[in-house]
Write a protein that binds this ligand. Structure first.
Ligand SMILES: NC(=O)c1ccc[n+]([C@@H]2O[C@H](COP(=O)([O-])OP(=O)(O)OC[C@H]3O[C@@H](n4cnc5c(N)ncnc54)[C@H](O)[C@@H]3O)[C@@H](O)[C@H]2O)c1
Ligand SMILES: [Fe+2]
Length: 391
């Protein structure tokens, strides 16, 4: 079988933002949200471009977990301004808004809900895309994926297409030193979940494995330092790189059960994405490692990278899950719905929807161990009270 490993060009390090000067173009639209716009990052990007003779427009209407209607607003702004570059400055939500709106800018009649990996999207007739992340987690600046939400149901859905890999990713640590501690922790756990999922996905490959292994080492070393000392630009840069590597990894391999659960926790309870997938990850490791020897061995390989020596693969996988829970506690992320402050009543009210949406999530098909709806319900129930999976 022939595979492609598709990644963007990446510039990284202190003052990487100045590499915007290297882009050849005339008109750029900056896609962002109000919070990021108010922090001064957008002004910085805008002035670099303007000093180089560009005409620049700013659209700051993005929202966390973007709905299709918001994506359409961004696409309208693009159509009105007619840029030859789209510059996304923000977290995963901003970058996904820019990527999805780009599709509609190029082809206004495209239906976002039917975008799939196999179709030719025929992008780059009107514009190219540069992504500048302000969180270190999603890696969307390196991926072919978009995650958006249906307006009517609130359901988040993910899709991907090779053409959605940005032309350039700029990783500048200065842009994330102001990220609050909780979002630093959650988004960092998202990168860990991407890399671990990619390593056990049925589409794993040697390139994605290499990116995963370095991500796992880096997250355990640098995430606590980023949370402890937000102004530590070395730690921030390392986490930006780790998130980017994790994006490369899963974009070319796919995410699995932790993301199926996490997407639906975001849809039903509006829990932050990284908090959700981070919380789900150890439970999915315990579930997959049981009765799936290949997955147990793969988790055990990852565990070895962070000091877990254990002959029995399933035991090693369970120790790896426990080590991830320790990391979550260290950085102040919840390890159960209860710890996230959710009442049992709210949890029970949302459970049917959680199970229904999880069964519809595309990432579930990449999971190495089969799971049915009754078992998904049990996993969520264990997750409510923080009980390690024993089935
Ligand atoms: N396309 C992909 O490859 C991919 C991968 C993983 C996740 N996602 C999606 O990305 C979204 C999550 O993105 P995220 O975790 O980056 O969070 P986010 O983009 O939703 O941002 C969360 C909040 O943090 C704020 N924020 C962002 N950067 C900041 C900064 N530097 N300082 C202060 N505040 C800042 C934002 O304004 C927002 O209010 C989810 O919808 C998820 O499903 C996409
Ligand atoms: Fe994610």
């Amino acid at each position: 079988m022939v595979w492609w490993f598709i990644v963007p060009k990446v510039t990284f390090g202190e003052d990487a933002l100045t590499d915007l000067e290297l882009l050849g173009g005339e008109k750029a639209i900056i896609i962002t949200d109000e919070v990021i716009n108010s922090l001064g990052h957008v002004d910085k990007v805008k002035s670099i471009l303007e000093e180089n003779g560009w005409e620049v427009s700013v659209w700051d209407g993005a929202e966390p977990d973007p709905r299709i209607s918001i994506v359409k607003n961004a696409a309208e702004a693009m159509t009105e301004f007619a840029p030859d570059w789209i510059v996304a400055v923000g977290g995963g939500s901003v970058m996904d808004t820019a990527k999805a709106a780009w599709i509609l800018y190029e082809h206004p009649d495209e239906n976002l809900e039917s975008v799939n990996p196999l179709q030719p999207l025929d992008l780059r007739n009107k514009a190219k895309l540069v992504c500048i992340p302000t969180t270190a987690g999603t890696g969307s600046e390196a991926t072919k994926a978009i995650v958006i939400r249906e307006d009517e149901t609130g359901r988040k859905f993910a899709t991907n297409n090779n053409e959605l890999v940005p032309d350039l990713a700029i990783l500048d640590p200065e842009l994330i030193t102001g990220l609050p501690r909780d979002l630093t922790a959650y988004t960092g756990l998202d990168a860990l979940a991407h890399s671990v999922d990619a390593y056990i996905s049925v589409w794993k490959n040697d390139f994605s494995d290499a990116c995963t292994m370095q991500t796992v080492r880096m997250v355990f070393e640098w995430l606590p330092k980023s949370v402890e000392n937000p102004g530590d630009t070395v730690a921030r840069e390392k986490m930006l790189v780790a998130a980017n590597l994790a994006g490369m990894s899963f974009s070319n391999s796919q995410v699995c059960l932790s993301h199926s659960l996490g997407h639906c926790m975001g849809s039903v309870h509006r829990l932050q994405h990284g908090m959700s997938v981070g919380m789900a990850l150890p439970y999915t490791i315990e579930y997959n490692a049981h009765d799936t020897p290949d997955a147990a061995r793969q988790y055990s390989e990852l565990g070895r990278l962070v000091g877990i020596e254990e002959k029995d693969d399933e035991k090693a996988a369970r120790r790896f899950a426990a080590k991830i829970r320790d990391l979550q506690k260290e950085v102040g992320a919840p390890t159960s719905f209860e710890e996230a402050g959710m009442s049992k009543e709210d949890f029970d009210k949302g459970l049917d929807k959680l199970v229904e949406f999880t069964m519809m999530d595309s990432s579930i098909t990449m999971n190495p161990r089969f799971i049915d709806s009754m078992t998904i319900r049990r996993v969520y129930e264990y997750m409510y009270e923080g009980k390690p999976i024993d089935f």
